[in-house]
Design a protein around this ligand. Structure first.
Ligand code: HXC
Length: 522
């Protein structure tokens, strides 16, 4: 009798737990969940299921409710509008929070923030990546300063855990106001095209203040942030593709700053010759070639994962595997603006170099650059300050660094693309390379101006001086003779040489003088 009563009580308790859990899992209710699906989006929990290895999710803070004041009386916020927990991706532990737009617009109240902060702390303590799936209307208006304080708790952790564990943000809905700054403090932002937006103030506020009329998409859609502003790194069609993008990105990152990224088995031979490069890159400096093709030739087949492919296309940044090991690649793109460095390219590369360095990703730099982009607009917008970021980032990076000069390497850009003096461990050049202060035409016009002007046949003299300058400097051997280039390598031997050289550098250690932290140009 007592036994069956106990069983009954236990069953009731279990039923209550299940009922409560089901209520939490229903979020803002069926109607709002359907609205979410109708908009082509997954629900907060559906996203976690799509992101993580099946059955691996462990939820924490399930029964959290809002702690709001007078304006929240009678309002329910199941799970506090955010689902948090841990799980695995390809067997590696990660922590994830997924904002639930169906609960008060995914707005951030104090306890919502505390749930997120808790898993961020766990991620840092256990040395695992943090993934944020963002879909939020920003600070919860009803909670006033408490919600601002909640953002503070998250921003603080984004900053102090930066470079400790990888932090990845997916933007999968409107991210307004404070909601954008947490992603902005993380390592990578991935957006879904057409259904995600990021802005500090929305179209309505902008209209009332500046009278500008703009749609959500025009103001802060995925196209804007991956092509114009450079705020986001990658865009995809739909939630599933974004989540698959995160899974792929993680393949190139370690669990934390103390580890190296995981190696990847490859059937692509480390000694595979690359004779196709002879066709692609000719000695004719005016004939551009696709640097993408060079990268694809050299790296393990199909492994190049470009970061920010649509912004500042004059420089290419991305991860790849070389002989099974992860490398970060920074390369000039001679097909866009002749590969010159401008403000956006400098920002893009500097950020990528720093990301590689903090997560122990060796850096390969492919150089074909005539210099920094000349122009009043660039100078007035601070190309000096922005270009300095690249110089700083390369010098600061202590990971193995190999530089390969494919063709031109001129002037300040020679230094900004990680020359020997800027800390490259090994510098290679192809026979097509040319290292000089500037191109032969510009140089001849300056150095021999008087001779050209005073000549009976200025054009013939100009051509002669250009040829003379080219003969002297338009090759890799002057720089190689002075020790700035370690070897001029056959193009068809590039892959083998790079893999062997990164292997040689694998255990590189570099001691730097004590400092609290550097004061990099911003
Ligand atoms: C509380 C909010 C909310 C908010 C929306 N909701 N925004 N609740 N706080 N900030 C609620 C709505 O009342 C609604 O509740 C539900 O969320 C969905 O909102 P809708 O407007 O119906 O959705 P939609 O039409 O899709 O529009 C989404 C939106 C819009 C574009 C995000 O809601 C919006 O503009 N919200 C305000 C965004 C904003 O200005 N936030 C900035 C806050 S200031 P029901 O019950 O009807 O489902 C800030 C400063 C922090 O963040 C600074 C830190 C540095």
């Amino acid at each position: 009798m007592t036994q069956s009563k106990t069983n009954l009580e236990l069953q009731e308790l279990i039923a209550e737990m299940e009922q409560r859990r089901a209520a939490v899992e229903a979020g803002g209710g069926e109607a709002r969940q359907q609205k979410q699906r109708d908009a082509g989006k997954l629900t907060a929990r559906g996203r976690i299921d799509a992101l993580l290895d099946p059955g691996s999710f462990l939820e924490y803070g399930t029964f959290t409710e809002h702690g709001g004041g007078a304006l929240m009386r009678g309002v329910s916020a199941p799970g506090e509008g955010v689902v948090t927990g841990s799980g695995s991706i390809d067997g590696r532990q990660v922590f994830v929070f997924s904002q639930d737009f169906t609960v008060l617009g995914g707005s951030l109240g104090k306890r919502n923030a505390q749930k997120v902060a808790k898993i961020m702390d766990l991620a840092a303590r256990t040395g695992c990546p943090i993934i944020g799936l963002n879909d939020s209307a920003g600070a919860r208006i009803q909670e006033g300063v408490d919600s601002l304080s909640g953002y503070g708790e998250i921003f603080y952790r984004n900053a102090i855990y930066s470079g400790v564990v990888p932090q990845i943000s997916a933007i999968l809905g409107p991210c307004a106001g404070g909601a954008v700054y947490s992603p902005a403090l993380t390592d990578f932002i991935l957006m879904s095209r057409g259904s995600s937006f990021m802005f500090i103030t929305g179209p309505e506020v902008i209209k009332s203040v500046t009278r500008e009329e703009v749609t959500f998409d025009e103001l802060g859609g995925a196209d804007v942030h991956t092509r114009k502003s450079g705020v986001a790194h990658l865009e995809f069609d739909g939630d599933e593709a974004v989540l698959a993008g995160i899974r792929r990105l993680l393949q190139y990152l370690p669990q934390n700053a103390r580890q190296k990224p995981p190696p990847r088995r490859t059937s692509d031979s480390s000694s595979r010759p690359t004779p196709e490069l002879l066709e692609r890159v000719t000695p004719d400096q005016r004939r551009p070639y696709a640097m993408h093709d060079v990268i694809h030739s050299v790296v393990d087949e199909g492994t190049f994962f470009e970061i920010q492919p649509d912004w500042a296309k004059n420089i290419l940044c991305g991860f790849a595997h070389l002989g099974g090991e992860v490398v970060g690649i920074v390369a000039n793109n001679p097909k866009v603006m002749a590969g010159t460095l401008n403000i956006d390219a400098s920002d893009k590369a500097a950020r990528f170099i720093r990301t590689c360095d903090c997560y122990n990703v060796p850096i390969l730099t492919l150089v074909d650059v005539t210099g920094f982009l000349p122009g009043v607009a660039q100078e007035h917008a601070g190309i000096i300050r922005h270009g300095a970021k690249m110089l700083y980032a390369y010098a600061e990076a202590s990971v193995p660094k190999i530089t390969l000069i494919t063709r031109k390497s001129y002037g300040g850009a020679y230094l900004a693309m990680n020359s020997r003096d800027m800390g490259a461990d090994v510098v290679y050049a192809w026979p097509t390379a040319a290292v000089a202060v500037m191109g032969a035409e510009g140089a001849a016009n300056i150095v021999y101006r008087r001779e050209i002007q005073n000549s009976e046949n200025p054009e013939a003299t100009r051509a002669e001086k250009i040829a003379e300058y080219k003969d002297t400097f338009d090759n890799p051997y002057v720089a190689a003779a002075k020790g700035y280039i370690d070897d001029v390598i056959p193009m068809e031997d590039t892959r083998r040489r790079l893999i062997a050289t990164f292997k040689m550098l694998a255990d590189k250690q570099e001691q730097r003088p004590y400092r609290k932290h550097g004061n990099e140009p911003l």
